[in-house]
Ligand binder design. Structure first.
Ligand code: URA
Length: 438
């Protein structure tokens, strides 16, 4: 078997065998297959696709390229959720303590932001002294004691994905459904949770442009997770505008504290939807008892206390959770409406890019993050504004990136005379028994 034969086969739209897939995943990870050959193969996969069997074989080969975390020592249900990425998506930060209050373990490994999307780990590191690199033993201890912990991905979790993703990022081969599926599912299966909820985003701030392609991706991921013996479901959710009004690192923590203090906004309703689906998936809750447990966790203040407890257990300064005004936030400027009208469209990715220009995200992996910058949206899709009204508050650090960020945000928000259709939080849920439309 040679890599050239495998490239030719995929170029000619033939199905690859499990052995061929293991050969190129293992060879590329070990460095015996060159970048240029792997690039050609990835492009052939992007153009000609993969069957479900091929996607499963690729996921399994990538999963087995590194450590597989064993959570069985926790002795009870361990849940995980994964978002395909977006703008202002800070749901994990609230879900972890809420679900812990509902009696399930949340042992979460999260990523950093790159490009226009934010990362949970960067957001958590805006809390002074918060440690996202606990040893495996300490991570387990915190989960056992507190019920939840969030750390960065360990170095040896699906190393094949790290190498392949880095190559896809620079060869125009990111937006392939089988490649995204194998990338996400190899990491999820290696992370060791038994119950998994995938949050697959579509829209102007997501990899998937429309609900149909998001549904196709979700269906494949649920099929693979089910084959691997997990309790798994996927929500298809809207990313046509930032999910939280607060976008930026420290600002998103402030937005989450608002939700845990009872604020009802789009972020709250999405968190609720994900939490109820996850609790039902565990088999410990019915739809009704899940809703009661969720509401109790928020209304009693227990989820906010649990968040503070997790921060303290991970060596962070919990006083920031009770006094969010302690977060250092940049100087304020504003983007205002150039005319009267309804907010009819947003290029959500450009709002993420604007935060990156201010210093709140990375263009390269080695870039340092400025936790203090970001934006607070004053409008959402369907809002009516008059000329001169504030569309968005922009928090900057001594003007760095400000002019470009403001221009980008202003161009990203379309005002028109037509009121748009109302936007639903979720489009569909995919479970092992099929699709439920909202
Ligand atoms: N997120 C991942 O982890 N992998 C992809 O391929 C796309 C999004």
């Amino acid at each position: 078997m040679t890599i050239l034969d495998i490239i030719e086969k995929k170029k000619n739209k033939q199905q690859l065998s499990k052995q061929e897939i293991e050969f190129f995943v293992n060879g590329f990870t070990a460095g015996t297959i060159a970048d240029y050959q792997m690039s050609a193969l990835l492009m052939a996969i992007l153009l000609n696709g993969m069957t479900d069997e091929e996607t499963f074989a690729m996921t399994t080969a990538m999963l087995n390229s590194g450590d597989v975390v064993d959570m069985s020592a926790l002795g009870d249900t361990v849940v995980d959720k994964h978002s395909t990425g977006g703008i202002g998506d800070s749901t994990t930060l609230a879900l972890a303590p809420i679900l812990a209050c509902c009696g399930v373990y949340v042992a979460k490994m999260s990523g950093r932001g790159l490009g226009f999307t934010g990362g949970t780990i960067d957001k958590l590191e805006s809390i002074p002294h918060f440690d996202t690199a606990l040893s495996e033993q300490e991570f387990f201890d915190v989960v056992k004691r507190v019920g939840c912990a969030v750390i960065g991905q360990t170095a040896n979790l699906a190393p094949a994905d790290k190498k392949i993703y880095a190559l896809r990022d620079v060869t125009g081969t990111v937006n392939s459904i089988p490649l995204i599926c194998a990338s996400i599912m190899s990491k999820k299966l290696a992370s060791g949770a038994d119950t998994i909820l995938l949050d697959v985003k579509y829209g102007s701030g997501a990899f998937m442009p429309d609900p149909q392609s998001a549904l196709e991706l979700a269906t494949k991921m649920v099929a693979i997770g089910t084959l691997a013996g997990k309790r798994i479901g996927a929500l298809i959710t809207d990313m046509q505008q930032p999910l939280s009004d607060h976008v930026g690192n420290a600002l998103e923590i402030v937005g989450i504290i608002d939700v845990l203090n009872g604020k009802r906004n789009r972020l709250y309703y999405e968190i609720r939807e994900v939490a109820l689906r996850l609790l039902a998936l565990t088999g410990k809750y019915t739809a009704q008892t899940a809703e009661q447990a969720f509401q109790r966790a928020i209304d009693s203040g227990a989820a906010l206390d649990k968040f503070a407890e997790m921060v303290r257990a991970q060596h962070g300064d919990e006083s920031y959770i009770y006094h969010p005004d302690k977060f250092e936030i940049g100087q304020k400027d504003c983007v205002v409406a150039a005319r009267d009208g309804y907010v009819s469209h947003m290029v959500a990715a450009d709002i993420g890019r604007a935060v990156t220009l201010l210093g709140g995200g990375r263009l390269q992996k080695s870039d340092a993050i400025d936790f203090s910058v970001g934006v607070i949206m004053a409008v959402s899709l369907g809002s009516y504004v008059r000329k001169g009204d504030v569309l968005c508050e922009v928090y900057h650090n001594n003007g760095k990136g400000l002019a470009d960020a403001k221009r980008l945000i202003s161009d990203a928000i379309t005002l028109s005379d037509q009121q748009p259709q109302p936007h639903k939080i979720a489009y569909a849920y995919v479970g092992k028994d099929g699709v439920e439309l909202y």
